[in-house]
Design a binder for this molecule. Structure first.
Ligand SMILES: O=C[C@H](O)COP(=O)(O)O
Length: 274
């Protein structure tokens, strides 16, 4: 969500937890319940910082029941979706099913989908279209591997992924778009891109969106950083003017740590190490 204040766009920060293939459906309920209580005790204001979790598919029904039953303000989404709506696609999950489970967001093109499942920009473009078709906010993940970074091609590589996934889509269709920049070499490794790196790429992503659409559109899109985000480095990473939140993997499985990350405005840090 983006609002305007005195003619300036104010992008609401989003802290999102991607559980990956962790946490079964029973553990999911306990985790979300504890997260909600912890944030409640800390006086968390969801209008200031949005909180989302991305559990495995099998957890979504339980999370939905808890969130709706207890009227929690935590949003949830899926880690992937099919580009198809229904039919003979064994093992795939339709965006229509996700929408019925109350999902509001969906990750698209996480580097682990690109690398482990060989997902191409063309397929991710089709998945993005499917997400939009079902009213799901796409959280489009882009980012470079270590070899690309070391060759100095990280900006061009990441922007090509962005352009490929958005091909043919209009600004009107993408009003809720969220982009997550995740340098693959920083995922789960404890290595963190420095705040300057996160800001550099986030600004480049925004500039590309301005080039593809308009500056006004680009100013409304939230750009997240992901890669070994922890409570001790989150504040410095999010200090970048174009960094609007974080996509957190491992640290989102620890409720206390994830709560501290969500409360990033309340603490400062100086280090950038994982
Ligand atoms: O989706 C989350 C990212 O892959 C980051 O994971 P991580 O925080 O465990 O490095």
């Amino acid at each position: 969500m983006t609002t305007q204040k005195n003619g300036v766009f104010v992008r609401r920060p989003l802290i999102a937890g991607n559980w990956k293939m962790n946490i079964d459906h029973m553990e999911a309920i306990a985790l979300v319940q504890k997260l909600a209580w912890t944030l409640n005790d800390a006086g968390h204001d969801y209008d200031r910082v949005q909180v989302s979790v991305f559990p495995p598919f099998t957890d979504l029904r339980g999370v939905q029941t808890l969130v709706t039953g207890d009227k929690l303000s935590i949003d949830y989404g899926a880690q992937d979706l099919s580009d198809q709506d229904s039919g003979a696609y064994t093992g795939d999950i339709s965006g229509a099913f996700l929408k019925k489970l109350g999902c509001t967001q969906v990750l698209i093109g996480h580097s682990e989908r690109r690398e482990v499942h060989g997902e191409t920009d063309e397929l991710l473009n089709a998945k993005l279209v499917a997400a939009l078709r079902h009213g799901l906010t796409p959280v489009l993940c882009v980012g470079e591997g270590l070899d690309v970074r070391e060759a100095g091609n990280h900006v061009a590589h990441t922007l090509a992924q962005l352009e490929g996934a958005l091909a043919g889509r209009s600004a009107e269709e993408l009003t809720e778009l969220v982009v997550a920049y995740e340098p693959v070499w920083a995922i789960g490794t404890g290595k963190v891109a420095g705040p300057e790196d996160a800001q550099e790429m986030s600004a480049a992503i925004r500039a590309k969106l301005a080039e593809l659409y308009s500056q006004e559109f680009a100013d409304t899109v939230r750009v997240l950083y992901g890669g070994s985000v922890k409570s001790k480095n989150v504040a410095s990473i999010l200090a970048g003017a174009d960094v609007d939140g974080a996509l957190v993997g491992g640290a989102s499985l620890d409720t206390d740590e994830f709560s501290k990350i969500i409360s990033f405005e309340k603490h400062t840090d100086t280090g950038v190490q994982g």
